[in-house]
Write a protein that binds this ligand. Structure first.
Ligand code: ASP
Length: 313
């Protein structure tokens, strides 16, 4: 089946390396197309990636993002290969460029890359022919996560402009926070970062974000409270004294959520650490939590991205 209401989103660049530099009309085009895919969640749209090969190259663990790209690609008719770094020549010391060049020789059309080094997808885009989609690079960006977050908010509230959105937790180490700042900010949201001072880079003060070091003050009257995981794998020292203490001051529970707007919703990119940044009662509250909706809409957001990138192939 082919969708008829909207056209594939069009992108001026061949790769999706980040939200930075993406014009607002391109962001809106991707969201409109993703929303249309989301309206038809059970249908397979065979044609647009038929005969195309997508390689998922993940150097960091992933459940949601990898599977979501796989489902999205299959719904568009592509063949998908998953390269698990644990079982690859990377473990024998092969460099990123050598691995990518090897894969490139097999002529994949799209390479979906997750890497612990910021800038790895951009580096690959200079060395190989396939189109690159960044599936999360170090502390830098996670553009498809931001797109699915924006899609979730837009479909819930009807618009993003004017909403008060608090992104709370380990901001320093979060590529999700960075991509959402760029995307939700460009679409007119009023953003706040809420974090212990040890996990809140001062650079954000200059970027028009209101920064808070007190959770309850930070989420006051917010429409969306987005919680982030403590990303221990990227921490350098003892930024947080203990998880127990962190939950006491920065963990979201039902009582603290009362400070947000009455119809506020809670989001989380996953994986959640229950009892650290979020209480189970809130995470599982079907009236308040959009966490499962985020996962569901992730497929539609990635379909829009894959289809848009395929226009350049
Ligand atoms: N899944 C998100 C990411 O890859 C958030 C996280 O890992 O905490 O950045």
């Amino acid at each position: 089946m082919l969708l008829s209401n909207t056209k594939p989103a069009s992108l001026s660049k061949r790769h999706i390396l980040g939200i930075e530099g993406m014009p607002v009309h391109e962001m809106m085009g991707l969201l409109a197309r993703a929303s249309e895919f989301a309206d038809h969640p059970k249908e397979t749209f065979h044609d647009c990636l038929r005969g195309r090969t997508i390689v998922n190259l993940f150097y960091e663990n992933s459940t949601r993002t990898r599977v979501s790209f796989e489902v999205a690609g299959k719904r568009l008719g592509a063949s998908i290969l998953n390269i698990s770094v644990a079982g690859s020549s990377v473990k024998k010391g092969e460099t990123l460029i050598d691995t990518a060049t090897t894969l490139n020789a097999m002529h994949p059309d799209i390479l979906v890359v997750r890497h612990n080094a910021s800038g790895a997808p951009a580096l690959l885009s200079q060395h190989i022919d396939a189109a690159i989609i960044n599936a999360g690079d170090g502390r830098h960006e996670h553009p498809t996560q931001a797109l699915l977050d924006a899609l979730t908010i837009q479909r819930k509230f009807g618009q993003i402009a004017g909403l008060k959105i608090a992104i709370c937790g380990d901001i320093t180490n979060s590529r999700v926070a960075r991509s959402n700042l760029l995307l939700l900010g460009s679409l007119g949201a009023e953003l706040r970062f809420v974090s212990p001072s040890t996990l809140l880079p001062s650079a954000f003060d200059d970027m028009g974000v209101d920064c808070y070091t007190d959770l309850e003050a930070g989420i006051e009257n917010c429409d969306i409270v987005m919680m982030l995981r403590l990303q221990q794998e990227r921490m350098e020292g003892r930024e947080v004294p203990s998880q127990h203490e962190y939950f006491h001051f920065f963990g979201l529970n039902a009582e603290k959520l009362h400070r947000a707007a009455p119809n506020a919703f809670v989001m989380h990119p996953g994986p959640m650490n229950r009892g650290v940044e979020i209480d189970s009662q809130i995470a599982d509250d079907k009236l308040k939590s959009l966490i499962q909706t985020q996962v569901e809409l992730g497929v539609a957001a990635r379909m829009a991205c894959l289809e848009a990138v395929a226009q350049h192939l």
